[in-house]
Design a protein around this ligand. Structure first.
Ligand code: 13P
Length: 250
């Protein structure tokens, strides 16, 4: 990681969390107020909790993010949420192109790119996810897949805008499996080369997060890998103590 890259550790709560879970977010904010982190920190709760969490964590260092947004500003899209609505509720970031969106909602690179543009228009910082499936890795296609996802999902308006990329191998998500440190480094270095070539200076300084079964006990070694600029954490971000264990590993 070059010194110009400001790391980010973000928690993706996915479809987990009720109002009672806000106590975890408050405990996290409190701990970080008492002992500041060496990284930017964000929580991406389900959309139903964004406004309440933003309110309760007002003034804290914990940024709030959405987990998806629509590419249009408004309209007849039942169940969808516009980027501007996330911002209006108190979010400053949004995860886009997560593999669960790609797999269960059929999101394509082009759709992800359109959502990224919508996020930028709303003033949100996108965290754009890429990652290969197990079949793709076993077929030796990892870098080809990553290259095509990066090219297709990161549109030109990201030049000059703050953003992050998350490398999340699909087979490492929620499985307890992680790539070797060498495999993580290989992909992160490739992503850095691609986004720098594609997006210039903003691509050179964007943090590249690793995601997939990051836990307090493996975070230290993963976060030291070259070009790993933080983490996108699922299960281990639900409890303040676990998430803090990851944050403190940096
Ligand atoms: P886990 O940390 O639960 O493997 O999830 C990773 C992830 O998908 C974060 O976006």
């Amino acid at each position: 990681m070059t010194t110009a890259v400001r790391p980010l550790i973000a928690g993706n709560w996915k479809m987990n969390g009720l109002a009672a879970s806000l106590s975890e977010a408050k405990a996290l904010a409190q701990a970080l107020a008492e002992q500041p982190a060496a990284t930017d920190v964000a929580l991406c709760p389900p959309a139903t909790l964004i406004a309440q969490m933003a309110w309760q964590l007002k003034g804290s260092v914990v940024a709030i993010g959405g987990q998806d947004c629509h590419d249009k500003q408004s309209g007849a899209f039942t169940g969808d949420i516009a980027a501007q609505m996330l911002a209006d509720a108190g979010a400053s970031l949004v995860i886009l192109g997560h593999s669960e969106r790609r797999a269960y909602h059929g999101e394509t690179d082009a759709q992800v790119a359109a959502k990224v543009e919508a996020a930028l228009r709303a003033g949100l910082k996108p965290i754009i996810c890429v990652g290969e499936t197990l079949a793709e890795r076993e077929a030796g296609r990892t870098l080809v897949v990553i290259e095509s996802q990066v090219k297709g999902s990161l549109p030109a308006p990201l030049q000059g805008a703050p953003f992050a990329v998350a490398y999340e191998p699909c087979w490492a998500i929620g499985t307890g499996l992680t790539p070797t440190l060498a495999q993580i480094e290989e992909v992160h270095v490739a992503i850095r080369r691609l986004i720098s070539a594609q997006l210039g200076e903003s691509g050179a300084v964007a943090p590249i997060l690793y995601g997939g079964s990051v836990k307090p006990d493996n975070a230290g070694e993963i976060l030291k890998v070259s070009e790993v600029g933080g983490a996108l954490v699922g299960g281990a971000s639900l409890k303040a103590a676990d998430f803090l264990g990851i944050i403190r590993a940096l």
